[in-house]
Design a protein around this ligand. Sequence first.
Ligand code: GLN
Length: 191
Amino acid sequence: MKKVGILGFQGAFLEHEQAVRRLGHEPLVVRYPGELEEIDGLILPGGESTTMGKLLNRTGMMEPLREKIKSGMPVWGTCAGMILLAKELENDPVVHLGVMDIAVRRNAYGSQIDSFSTRGVIPAISTKELEMVFIRAPYITKVGSEVEVLYELDGHVVAAREGNMLVTSFHPELTENTSCLEYFLTMFPEN
Ligand code: GLN
C-alpha cells in the first residue's frame, strides 16, 4: 500500500483522494511542509495555479517540494498541477516549481471552449479508451529531450512524462476511470 499525498490547498483534491482510496492505497491531503516526509508520492490537482503557487511559497513548501521532486519522488500534475511543474510558461512570467522540461500555455483552449470532454486511447496508460475532461486547460507547447509524449490532441501535447514526473492537461479524477492513477502508481519505487 502506497501513501499518496494530494496537495490540498484548493481545487479538485477530494476527487483524487477518493480515487486513491478506491484503489486500496492511503491518501494524505498535504498542506504543510512536514507532511512531505510522510508520503511516497504527490498529486498536484487541478484548480488555480497562481493561488496554489502563492500558497506553496507562503507555507514554506515550495523549496522542500522542489527538492523532493528533484531527488526522485513521483509527482503527477493534473491541469493546474502541470502548470506548477513546468520550467516555462508561455503566457505567464511566474514559474512555480519549474522542475519539468516542458513549456506550457495556460488556458490554452480559449474562452469559447473553456471546458470540453473527449475520448481517446493513451497506449502507455491503458489499451481502453478513456474520457478526458478539460477545464480551462493548459497544453504543452515544447518538450525537452528527456520528456516522453504520452498523448497529443489535435497536434498539442496533453499528457507527458519525464522520469518521476507525470502531467495531464485533463482531469481523470473527475471520471470513474482510474487508469491514469494506476499508471502513476507504477512510477512509485517498489518499497
Ligand atoms: N486555468 C487554470 C490555471 O491556469 C487551470 C485550470 C484547471 O486546473 N482546471 O491555473
